[in-house]
Design a protein around this ligand. Sequence first.
Ligand SMILES: Nc1nc2c(c(=O)[nH]1)N[C@H]1C(S)=C(S)[C@@H](COP(=O)(O)OP(=O)(O)OC[C@H]3O[C@@H](n4cnc5c(=O)[nH]c(N)nc54)[C@H](O)[C@@H]3O)O[C@H]1N2
Ligand SMILES: Nc1nc2c(c(=O)[nH]1)N[C@H]1C(S)=C(S)[C@@H](COP(=O)(O)OP(=O)(O)OC[C@H]3O[C@@H](n4cnc5c(=O)[nH]c(N)nc54)[C@H](O)[C@@H]3O)O[C@H]1N2
Ligand SMILES: [Mo]
Length: 757
Amino acid sequence: MNPKRKVKLSPPGQIAAGMDSIQSVARAIWEETHVGRGVKTLFKLNQPKGFDCPSCAWPDPDPDEVSKIAEYCENGAKAVAWENASKKIDATFFQKNSVEELFQQSDHWLEKQGRLTQPMVLKPGASHYHPISWEEAFDLMAEKLHELDHPDQAIFYTSGRTSNEAAFLYQCFVRQFGTNNLPDCSNMCHEASGKALSETLGIGKASVILDDIRHADLLLVMGQNPGTNAPRMLTAMEQLKKNGGKIISINPLPETGLIQFRNPQKPWEWLGKPTTLHDLHLQVKVSGDLPLLKAILKMLLAEDKKSGGKILDHTFIAQQTSGYEALLEHLETCDLEKLIDDSGVAETQLREAVQLLAENKNIIIAWAMGITQHRNAENTIREIVNILLVKGAIGKKGAGTLPVRGHSNVQGDRTMGIWEKMSDAFLDRLGQAFSFEAPRNHGVHAVGTVEALASGKAKVFMGMGGNFVLAAPDTQKVFEGMRQCSLTVHVSTKLNRSHLVHGETALILPCLGRTEADITAHGPQFVSTEDTAGRIRMSSGDLEPGSDLLKSEVAIICGLARKVLGTENATDWEGMAENYDLIRDKIEAVIPGFEAYNERVRVPGGFYLPNGAREGSFYTEDRKAHLTVNPLAEKPDSQTPFILMTVRSHDQFNTTVYGYNDRYRGIQNSREVVMMHREDMKERGYQSGDLVKITSVFNGEKRVLEGFQVVPYDISRGCLAVYFPEGNVLVALDNRSGESHCPASKFIEVFLEKMQA
Ligand SMILES: Nc1nc2c(c(=O)[nH]1)N[C@H]1C(S)=C(S)[C@@H](COP(=O)(O)OP(=O)(O)OC[C@H]3O[C@@H](n4cnc5c(=O)[nH]c(N)nc54)[C@H](O)[C@@H]3O)O[C@H]1N2
Ligand SMILES: Nc1nc2c(c(=O)[nH]1)N[C@H]1C(S)=C(S)[C@@H](COP(=O)(O)OP(=O)(O)OC[C@H]3O[C@@H](n4cnc5c(=O)[nH]c(N)nc54)[C@H](O)[C@@H]3O)O[C@H]1N2
Ligand SMILES: [Mo]
């Protein structure tokens, strides 16, 4: 067997951004879009009157600051260029290429074919997609949905790019149809953060805003690769450093974006020295974070005792928290040496971290998928909260929790009610506002969706954006499940695998992107989004749409709702489709925090949603912040010598593969690689480029991925990394966190076998 693409290696980068990232932006615009159109859009990106970047959910600076600078990053610019592809996919393309032929192509190739331009249908038994009118598509969907025995046989997924307005209408339609089957990408992303933070602090979101980072003394960045996945965060980190703050990174990989930074927005600084970002890097074992945090906490308590109680904030602990005694008792029973050993980090380094935590008061802890996509994710996140609480580092300027969200509006979608188990209070208000009785039984989450599809319990799958078949765990199972559906429907901008792994009938419904003008009979419309810091802002595109046949997500939902719910349905779908102010009025009526929505969203920079934890009020049952006792995870399967994580390269947005070069890591030309420590390679007799078969073992079941090239990398011993989504083949459905059911796509027990080249 030969690799499909031979990997080329160069030394990993030491400095993030700078000139290389500018070149990369230029290349993306040149290759994907008309140059004028691309450059025009960049000037509107994240500006108060422009559109919200469709890439990540990193917050924008305040309007007076943002208007002075170009507020975008390399990967945001790539996302915008990708959305504005000058290439188009029309009916002739589908006539030329059968579904079978398209299925044989790579994911990169599929999206590279350009923007989808008209609704398409795949009829039962047909080999090719054919054009269909919007009206016929909605009729077809209504027919298939009405054929079901129960509304719970349909599942309505959402990816995180959907605007507040579209998300609100979508969940309203789905609940009026009669189900809470509203899984979303958050189920596979920050679900564990929401769960652990709501329980302990009374709000499932970050407790800090952008400005807090500048005022922090110490920032911990755990399980996150901001240089690639939230590049604008590096600007905030640079400011923190310039103000004398310190940074600790905790990661099995020494990610370039955590080491040094040259601000691409400040070319006059490119010749000077880059800003050194992290002061300390703790190269934790994959999933070693909980033992690491416990060890730090134990040492911190010991230091506090020695200092006569000067290190922890005892007043805060006494007045604002519960559970301190139980936590102390629990830590007594933990063996420090064993914790340190399980973390994979040397004691001397942990002592340095403890020193920094002891010396500083304003502490922020940021984290992302390296913490959430684990079996013990909730426990780890509650332990993060423990550390902040004993230091009194919450509810004040420059301190708090920072779960860095992924998709640009994933947080807003959840606020709008995209969740399989919204509270009764929300459902009551929704029912009142739209004169119906919302269903109460919980729906399925993302993993539950795969189970429901695979077991035949669900028959219709609709995706509002995203690429569910590749994003979900256990690729083989998802494929089987999708193929059993009577209907699969995707509202999309680009062609992807989910269009090709389909039900008996399939529909592709092409929609407007963020950058495009959305003009209705009522005039130009704008939408709004919520960022990681809970700020709501307007987003308004002004480019000419990629095709006359595209509809906005709002229009698609309204058109569909009218057909499915019937002409007697009292909701003013037609009115809302023309005038988005009417949607925002309804949001205001249903969701607390959106008072005077239409007025405040028009103020440059928008407004912040209320956030108890940020203001030092904890809306838990007892109105206290909870210190908690969090059990350590069970030992992994001893039969499998390696723990494998799936990560993103610098050249992708989730399942959208822009290209094959992971620039910062120095891994080029191929994504079919497995990163391994040199000593582990030596011990097992592997050479760079050797081909391996990776086998994961979970509950005795095996899953395999073949033909991956071994790449020597500075990764913790005993740990491996492959890219997402390729690695999803190896993730068993039950390999997930116990409480929030987030797939443990960063904790896969595997063994390797050499393959003949
Ligand atoms: N350009 C770009 N931007 C994106 C995305 C994208 O694909 N491309 N995706 C968006 C989305 S939806 C999301 S959720 C975010 C994702 O943003 P990240 O969470 O940064 O994404 P991952 O690549 O999954 O990286 C996880 C990091 O966790 C580390 N890690 C893995 N396991 C462990 C562990 O056990 N402990 C610790 N401490 N670290 C660990 C990995 O080494 C890696 O550095 O980015 C968003 N932004
Ligand atoms: N193994 C493994 N699995 C993972 C992860 C991991 O780290 N490892 N990460 C998980 C995470 S954090 C997430 S968030 C999920 C992501 O899962 P998804 O959100 O489902 O996937 P994306 O790749 O972001 O979706 C890309 C598609 O969205 C469509 N699209 C783009 N823009 C728009 C738009 O404006 N409107 C509409 N309607 N469609 C649009 C395009 O057709 C594109 O092909 O994957 C999860 N799966
Ligand atoms: Mo995500």
